[in-house]
Design a protein around this ligand. Structure first.
Ligand code: 6PG
Length: 255
């Protein structure tokens, strides 16, 4: 059931507003399920490749993953990966891969590419290895890889994936997945870059809660000339849908 309360366009942004966090989780799960079913059917009729889905980290998507765990999804036709990861052991409490596995993929039957962490492996080396795994796992065209769906969140500072304001990773144009040193939490993170995100068939950004309202307003209705990292997801060809609850949308001055 589509529980979208409001579907609007703000500049390049497709925005779907849901009543609250529970409705957002249900609505996002419905959209993700529909996308995966459609793309797995197309892939199976074409070349049999796996549909490439980047899973979002952080806390916002946990409720959505819980709803997805109850849905009938052809996970055997999916190769899932992490849009970004903290560079920590796979069982660490901060690991996005561990959260995603616990919430959904440990029981779903999808192929799930996890970051190759090792105590004696620098983050940059892990990023290069993971980038190679991703390139081997997803479709491509003459200009590079073509992920199918990227799920992402947005931090209170306007970061997305692990692309933080002021980071050198924001300006990378010749890599698809990199290591980046951040001030937040774990010092090293691995992240998809804009070149990869921009080549997705679809990007869904999940934003929930009143604490995100001021930042979401700056991202979707910018007043300054320096776009926040989350807004830059919309600089490529990939259509970006912002799946938000009413609390997070409070600053958008909706009709
Ligand atoms: C991470 C995420 C990050 C997250 C935002 C929002 O590794 O933390 O990938 O980009 O999506 O920080 O986090 P919350 O959903 O916890 O607010």
């Amino acid at each position: 059931m589509d529980r979208t309360q409001q579907h609007i366009t703000i500049g390049p942004a497709d925005v779907r507003v849901f009543e609250d966090g529970a409705a957002l989780a249900a609505g996002a799960a419905a959209m993700i399920t529909s996308f995966i079913r459609q793309e797995v059917t197309k892939a199976r009729e074409a070349d049999g490749r796996l549909v490439s889905v980047a899973m979002a980290g952080g806390s916002t998507p946990v409720a959505t993953y819980g709803r997805l765990a109850t849905m009938d999804i052809p996970w055997s036709g999916v190769c899932a990966w992490v849009g970004d990861e903290r560079y920590v052991p796979p069982d660490h409490e901060d690991s996005n891969g561990a959260m995603i596995g616990r919430s959904l993929l440990d029981r779903a039957g999808a192929r799930f590419l996890r970051v190759p962490w090792a105590a004696d492996r620098p983050a940059h080396e892990a990023a290069a290895l993971y980038e190679a795994d991703l390139l081997a796992s997803m479709g491509e065209d003459a200009r590079g890889p073509r992920p199918d769906l990227i799920l992402a969140g947005m931090g209170g500072d306007g970061h997305t994936l692990s692309l933080f304001p002021g980071s050198e990773a924001l300006d990378i144009t010749d890599r698809w997945y990199v290591a980046t040193e951040v001030a937040a939490g774990q010092p090293w993170r691995l992240t998809a870059t804009y070149p990869l995100a921009h080549r997705a068939t679809a990007v869904y950004v999940l934003v929930s809660g009143e604490s995100k309202a001021p930042t979401l307003a700056k991202v979707l209705r910018p007043t300054g000339d320096q776009p926040l990292p989350a807004r830059r997801l919309m600089e490529g060809a990939a259509p970006v849908s912002w799946l938000v609850d009413r609390a997070a949308a409070a600053g958008l001055d909706l009709p």
